[in-house]
Design a protein around this ligand. Structure first.
Ligand code: FRU
Length: 611
């Protein structure tokens, strides 16, 4: 070819559209205004993807040796990089890896596309630095993902002293996407160790919520003691799939007969258990848009027979029904045993958005029949009266007959907007659930902080055994060590008072107000002035719980972490879980009593022993 100024210009254009950067082993080729290829040349463990949290998702087809390996979505940065997420290349070494990136923002030309911040920021690395823990709001004694977005807890089981907790994770950003089962383990339900992701997306879709069981006798054909997980494969439709593990839940393999269950309508979040009476496996599945739960049984965990349905017309019908659970529990102080059907709903919670409702009744392995109240209706019952308690389900095979629950401590209304960046969301404290009968003979749940949490208690910083409180405000300092995380226990008798006010505040004047009304038997939590609240109009809120105690006596156990307050009222009968984002830690507690004295039987404040 003869070089003239026309084809020299063409050559130059071609060259500049390859941003070859041999130093960092990444070669970028611009193919069009919205399409770019990033070729990975080095033998590194990770390619670090630069993320701008507010940007739109880019679609990234990962092409390995010319074949489509997988498609992920990430908010690749446009004007600035907020943080990086690692894409694991360790198993692709020696292969030809191209990221075929389709960006969604509209651009008129390749020149404009080249200005995106991500191209110069994409890099290769052998390790991914997780030392930035974003500590201001990251909880100290609640489970959080190492990085990235988290929603529902999934597939929990206990075996050989280890509590396994899987969870809905986006490994490539801090908003919902690329659903994967993340995995953490613990010996004490408090200290969590991060494990490699357990189940990742595959040909049938991303991996939505589900459950796991220990298949003691190998009924599914994957050996004795195999861990069997059922989850929802989500793509255009939702189907149920099975994965099995022969190493106690650390690595899973997908069953080659997946999906194991399909329906013609949206159904998700399979939750299964062994039924000792019928000697069959049972599974509950959320028929999300129909507002009902489907009940199945099986002998081999692969073939499931639909037995019955429950829900239409009962409980809260406002939102989609998700993440069910079903288990039997004794009723305290009686010989009765009852079944608890948990149904998480979103929206439709008592204070807007997500919440956990439950039904008490009987289950014979085929059909669930809900108990009626004295007035002949089937009441809607809530497991927690805060705004940040969702997707709550229990561990299979917990020891000593225990039933331990954990929930996602957020709300779909604003979970993606809370003021954290490299990670989003925590799980609630674990709770042991039991049942009690109220004065009308109605059965309700009690959720107490799991006994393991006692070991969190640090220094006793305040102890009051006996005091009278009037409308003159009494003030108590909260511990300052570990940036104010603490546990407050309070027992009061407010029979002679109209209202008891507790105010938890900081130097900035930000405060959470807790009001107890002994006449109306209600407990109220006001976070409208609690700190940063303006990231969502749904965040500032007042939540209210019935106290289930007519005597005017109240006991409170309050756990304050860096961005949450959990109140366990009257020994777990009256709970509220709420997020808060104070600009500095809360340092003070005041108590006052309106129109009559309140007697404090006990006030104890402990620091918490976690960093
Ligand atoms: C509940 C939920 C589930 C679903 C999962 C997807 O929060 O919507 O129904 O399986 O989240 O991440």
């Amino acid at each position: 070819m003869k070089l003239n100024h026309k084809n020299i210009a063409c050559l130059l254009l071609a060259l500049t559209s390859i941003l070859a950067n041999a130093d960092n082993g990444v070669e970028t080729k611009f193919l069009g205004a919205n399409n770019t290829h990033v070729k990975v040349m080095a033998e590194a463990n990770y390619i670090l993807l630069p993320i701008q949290d507010s940007n739109d998702d880019s679609k990234i087809n990962v092409i390995v040796d010319g074949e489509l390996h997988e498609t992920i979505y990430a908010k690749l940065s446009k004007s600035k990089t907020d943080f990086y997420v690692p894409y694991d290349l360790s198993k692709l070494k020696g292969k030809n890896v191209i990221l075929d990136i389709v960006t969604s923002q509209s651009r008129s030309s390749v020149r404009e596309a080249k200005d995106d911040a991500c191209w110069k920021d994409i890099k290769l690395a052998n390790s991914f630095d997780t030392s930035n823990r974003e500590t201001k709001y990251r909880p100290a004694f609640h489970h959080t993902p190492l990085y990235g977005w988290m929603n529902d807890p999934n597939g929990m089981f206990y075996k050989d002293g280890v509590w396994h907790l899987y969870y809905q994770l986006n490994p490539y950003g801090s908003k919902w996407q690329n659903m994967t089962w993340g995995h953490s383990t613990s010996n004490d339900l408090i200290h969590w160790e991060h494990q490699p992701n357990a189940i990742t997306q595959n040909g049938l879709g991303t991996v939505f919520s589900g459950s796991s069981v220990i298949d003691r006798h190998g009924s599914a054909g994957f050996g004795n003691d195999a861990i069997i997980a059922l989850y929802t494969s989500a793509s255009t439709s939702q189907m149920q799939s099975l994965a099995f593990s022969s190493d106690n839940g650390y690595t899973f393999h997908n069953f080659n007969g997946n999906p194991i269950l399909t329906l013609e309508t949206e159904a998700r979040d399979p939750n299964m258990f062994w039924n000792d009476v019928t000697k069959e496996w049972n599974m509950v599945l959320a028929h999300a848009l129909e507002h009902e739960i489907l009940f199945f049984s099986s002998n081999d965990l692969k073939n499931w027979t639909l037995r019955s349905r429950f829900g239409k017309g009962f409980g809260c019908q406002d939102g989609v029904w998700e993440c069910p659970d079903l288990f039997e529990l004794p009723v305290e102080g009686s010989n009765l045993k009852k079944w608890v059907l948990i149904v998480n709903i979103n929206p439709g919670g008592p204070f807007g958005g997500s919440a956990t409702q439950y039904f008490i009744g009987n289950f014979d392995g085929y059909t669930f029949t809900a108990d009626k109240s004295a007035d002949g209706t089937i009441p809607t019952k809530w497991l927690d009266f805060g705004k940040d308690h969702y997707a709550t389900v229990s561990w299979n095979n917990a020891p000593d007959g225990r039933r331990v629950l954990i929930g996602w401590m957020s709300n779909w209304q604003y979970a993606a907007d809370v003021p954290t960046l490299q990670y989003r969301s925590a799980n609630t404290l674990p709770r042991d659930i039991s049942l009690f009968k109220d004065d009308n003979g109605d059965i309700f749940a009690i959720c107490k902080p799991s006994p393991e949490l006692i070991s969190l208690r640090g220094r006793l910083t305040k102890k009051v055994n006996h005091a009278n409180i009037s409308n003159a405000v009494k003030s108590f300092s909260l511990p300052t060590e570990n940036r104010g995380i603490c546990e407050i226990n309070l027992d009061i008798d407010a029979t002679k008072s109209q209202q008891v006010n507790l105010v938890i505040s900081n130097k900035e004047g930000e405060k959470v107000v807790i009001e107890y009304n002994p006449q109306k038997h209600t407990l109220l939590f006001d976070r409208t002035r609690s700190g940063i609240i303006d990231f969502s109009t749904n965040f500032p809120a007042i939540t209210m719980a019935p106290t289930f105690e007519k005597s005017g006596k109240l006991s409170l156990q309050i756990f304050i972490d860096h961005s949450s307050i959990e109140i366990f009222g009257n020994n777990g009968k009256s709970n509220m879980t709420n997020l808060v984002f104070p600009k500095s830690p809360y340092t003070n507690l005041t108590i006052s009593s309106e129109n009559g004295k309140t007697l404090i039987h006990n006030l104890s404040i402990h620091s918490i022993n976690m960093q």
